[in-house]
Design a protein around this ligand. Structure first.
Ligand code: PDD
Length: 287
């Protein structure tokens, strides 16, 4: 399959898509990113992803590489050139190229931007969602600004690898007080024993996932009982249902946590319904 990547103003064949050795993203993880779902060739929740990108850039005092309208054009063009129907588009912005020095480079240094897109196997994703997946838990050892969607992801990478080595799909981080924070690349949810849907408030040590925001709208639309509050690992073990949310997988039911079956050990009705209705509540770019 012929693929192209957008790199600093040009669409390049994959083989030739390179960043500079002194790109601060490469040197310091000094950058931010977004992952947006592509569905039937359209971007899902592009507006919210671009708004969050802007927030991440501002939080790190980084300049935006271009206007939102121009970014939207590049995202669409990259999706179209790679002929992605169902998959993801990835956007990364770094603080640019400069001689290695921890402090910020000169103010005129242009941010560097990369956009890629790829097809995901829809039927495989559907199978995975129908079966449900396993999660393991680990202490949350990340920095205090996980609300910024930064490319500094070492703890997340190590957690995901630990999950994979234990045959699990995702790792959920647990804070010092025994509360689940979020997954290594997803937000965490449970349906507690009393039927209340629980997810951690987005101002407390998690990334405010776009899929999370959409699911909250679905929850309200369905009139389901829910509470945004931290839940403990013990509550998760005893939950009726558990699931995770992220742009790349929407709502993915969790059927085992640390080897213990959740509920009846299969995807529950609430997670299944939220997954089913997700795209009725998401914003789809029609351009
Ligand atoms: N991950 N929490 C973390 C730590 C994440 O990395 C992600 C997304 C989420 C969910 O955010 P959203 O619903 O906006 O995708 C929560 C992306 C998909 C990734 O790193 O590939």
């Amino acid at each position: 399959m012929f693929r192209v990547a957008y790199v600093n103003g040009r669409y390049r064949p994959y083989r030739e898509a390179m960043v500079h050795v002194e790109d601060r993203g490469y040197q310091f993880s000094d950058g931010v990113y977004e992952v947006c779902e592509v569905r039937e060739g359209h971007l899902v929740d592009e507006r919210r992803h671009l708004a969050r990108l802007r927030r991440s850039l501002d939080a790190l005092k980084m300049a935006a590489p271009m206007t939102d309208a121009a970014l939207a054009t590049v995202l669409r063009e990259t999706v179209a050139r790679n002929r992605v129907r169902n998959g993801i588009v990835y956007l990364q912005v770094s603080r640019g190229v400069a001689r290695r020095d921890h402090a910020f480079p000169a103010a005129h240094t242009a941010p560097a931007i990369v956009v890629t897109a790829r097809q995901l196997d829809r039927s495989r994703q559907e199978r995975e969602a129908a079966e449900g997946v396993a999660v393991v838990t680990l202490p949350d050892n990340r920095w205090g600004r996980v609300d910024i969607k930064s490319i500094s992801l070492l703890p997340n990478i190590l957690a995901k690898q630990a999950a994979r080595e234990q045959g699990a799909r995702e790792a959920w981080f647990v804070d010092r007080d025994g509360f689940v924070t979020e997954g290594s690349s997803s937000n965490a949810w449970i349906v507690a024993q009393d039927g209340t849907l629980l997810t951690r408030p987005a101002d407390q040590g998690i990334l405010r996932g776009i899929a999370r925001t959409v699911v909250l709208d679905v929850v309200k639309g369905h009139g389901l009982r829910f509470q945004e509050r931290p839940f403990t690992l013990e509550e998760a073990y005893r939950a009726r249902e558990a699931f995770m949310t992220a742009a790349s997988q929407i709502v993915l039911p969790v059927v085992r946590i640390d080897g213990r079956p959740i509920g009846r050990g299969m995807p529950g009705p609430i997670a299944t319904a939220l997954r089913h209705d997700f795209h009725q509540y998401a914003e789809v770019s029609r351009a």
